[in-house]
Ligand binder design. Structure first.
Ligand code: PHE
Length: 532
């Protein structure tokens, strides 16, 4: 099918695509979040559950996104617009439910929520599935706004570490320093601005000479830094306890909650649910093997998460700290740990550099989603789109950066009053609100609707046809023959009904992934309590 007149820029080859997509996936999620949630959820056992989530949901949904992208050659909103069926019972049903709920809430004077649901209901009637893509573009704004604030902190810490000022003898001192740092408007907004500027500069250059080129440089650097840090960590005296904690499962610490945390994190870490992979997939050439690329991206992301744990826990244990301190692990415990080993400032600088590099390759993928939408669907030039929206996201992020901390809202009483009027008392900062809305609502809902759309609306048959270009094995090889290494044996590609990789994938995206996501989603928003 023809995809419009203007030739679309493509990755130079599979390696370029795989490294760029892995760059998007590997980010703060892997190096900052994964180790601390592993620490809180019992180490090795949690790692095992995370791996299962990656296999059951991560791989199938990522393949959906990349396939949608390559087929349509569009950003997420454009992709759904192109494939939107003229009528959709499911969409109309959802639209009706939303509208009814909106009216109901209005009756009880929940003005903000009621109006929000009415608007969403009307939008669903009007745009149907295109809304899923639009939600992805919106998530690009909200995620990048708070993501780049944290990324800015890591950049700031590179500077502070290099200047040799991260000298703490205990975690309390590190915490005081961290607080002063994030509450200082100059540091917080300044480092956020620096990070956004780097993102804009790379996206401005386009696919091959911007995103691909920098991913090809930054990803190997990241890998190297990680290996160096792991070697440093496990050669410290007493490091074995950390390795043991990390690799030997303690199932008594696992609860339903941990399973859900693992599932939610699988989404965030693989950049799924908001169309980053649809966008990157739209720059993939027809001859490339989508299935193998998906597997490679997932494998790299998982490998880096596992390695990040290995870089941290041995050092944390060797220096006698507890692994379950939560989000402060990276900003509080590690600087203290580094301070106690020879050449600490050097190792700390290296570490925060690693974190910044990882965040940068993810940040550009978020900005690219927004940019691609305005280029494809609004006819803007790439340069204008990325500069204008880089600026918009910077402003939103600056509000986020200023909202952090106990007195956050005091910096912007007008915003708090608006929120209060519309949605009732808000206690959390804008930073928390954006993080919460995107990670708990937009991403899981996006992932759910993407897999339902491919599984039930667009249809696995068309999707598999697209995947088949460039990877015949995926569709036609008998799964057992593939596992047994007999895929080239003629008797193993018979017409009788067999399980192929394609049929297995169809079952996953139609049933298993959506059901798992719904359960996790209901739990995270508190409508289903599995913890008993
Ligand atoms: N995957 C990135 C990380 O692990 C975050 C991200 C989410 C990037 C969604 C793009 C889209 O940090």
């Amino acid at each position: 099918m023809s995809n419009g007149a203007s030739p679309r820029e493509h990755w130079s080859g599979s390696l370029g695509f795989i490294l760029a997509a892995a760059g998007s996936a590997v980010g703060l999620g892997n190096i900052w979040k994964f180790p601390y949630i592993t620490g809180e959820n019992g180490g090795g056992a949690f790692v095992l559950i995370y791996l299962v989530c990656i296999a059951v949901i991560g791989i199938p949904v990522m393949l959906c996104e990349i396939t949608l992208g390559r087929y349509t050659q569009r950003n997420p909103a454009g992709a759904f617009k192109m494939l939107n069926p003229p009528t959709s019972t499911l969409a109309h049903f959802l639209g009706m439910i939303m509208t009814l709920c909106g009216v109901f809430l209005m009756c009880f004077q929940y003005w903000g929520w009621g109006a929000l649901l009415l608007v969403i209901g009307a939008l669903i009637f009007r745009y149907r599935w295109m809304l899923v893509g639009a939600m992805g573009v919106l998530a690009g704004f909200t995620i990048l706004a708070f993501y780049s604030v944290v990324a800015g902190w890591t950049l700031g810490y590179v500077v502070i570490a290099a200047a040799g000022s991260l000298r703490f003898t205990d975690v309390a001192a590190a915490a005081t320093h961290f607080e002063t740092f994030v509450l200082s408007p100059y540091w917080a907004v300044g480092s956020h601005a620096a990070f956004m500027l780097l993102c804009v500069l790379i996206v401005y250059k386009g696919i091959r000479s911007g995103i691909e080129r920098w991913s090809k440089i930054l990803m190997p650097v990241l890998f190297l830094l990680l290996v160096v840090l792991i070697i440093r960590g496990i050669t410290l005296p007493g490091a074995v306890a950390g390795v043991r904690f990390y690799l030997s499962p303690d199932f008594s610490k696992i609860s339903a909650e941990s399973v859900l945390v693992a599932l939610g994190h699988a989404f965030f870490s693989l950049s799924l649910g908001m169309g980053a992979m649809i966008t990157y997939g739209s720059y993939v050439g027809r001859e490339q093997n989508l299935f193998l690329s998906t597997l490679s991206v997932v494998a790299l992301d998982t490998l880096v998460a596992l390695m990040a744990g290995l870089a941290m826990f041995p050092a944390v244990f060797a220096m006698g700290f507890a692994p379950d301190v939560g989000p402060g692990l990276v900003f509080l415990v590690l600087p203290t740990v580094f301070n106690q080993i020879p050449l600490g400032a050097f190792w700390a600088t290296l570490f925060f550099l690693l974190l910044s590099v990882a965040a940068l390759t993810s940040g550009i993928s978020l900005l690219e989603v927004v940019t691609a939408y305005f280029v494809d669907d609004r006819g803007w030039s790439r340069r204008k789109a990325c500069v204008v929206f880089g600026l918009v996201i910077f402003l939103l992020g600056a509000l986020c950066a200023l909202s952090v901390g106990p007195s956050g809202w005091r910096n912007m009483p007008w915003l708090q009053r608006t929120f209060d009027f519309a949605f009732g008392g808000v206690k959390n900062s804008l930073f928390d609100v954006l993080d919460h809305v995107s990670s708990n609502w937009l991403l899981p809902l996006g992932g759910l609707f993407i897999s339902i759309f491919v599984g039930w609306v667009w249809g696995p048959r068309r999707a598999v046809e697209e995947i088949r270009r460039g990877s015949h094995n995926f569709a036609d090889v008998h799964l057992w023959s593939l596992l047994a290494g007999l895929k080239d044996d003629p008797s193993h590609s018979s017409d009788v009904h067999v399980i192929t990789l394609a049929s297995l994938w169809g079952i996953f995206i139609r049933f298993i992934s959506p059901i798992a996501i719904v359960i996790a989603f209901l739990h995270t928003v508190g409508w289903l309590d599995l913890t008993g």
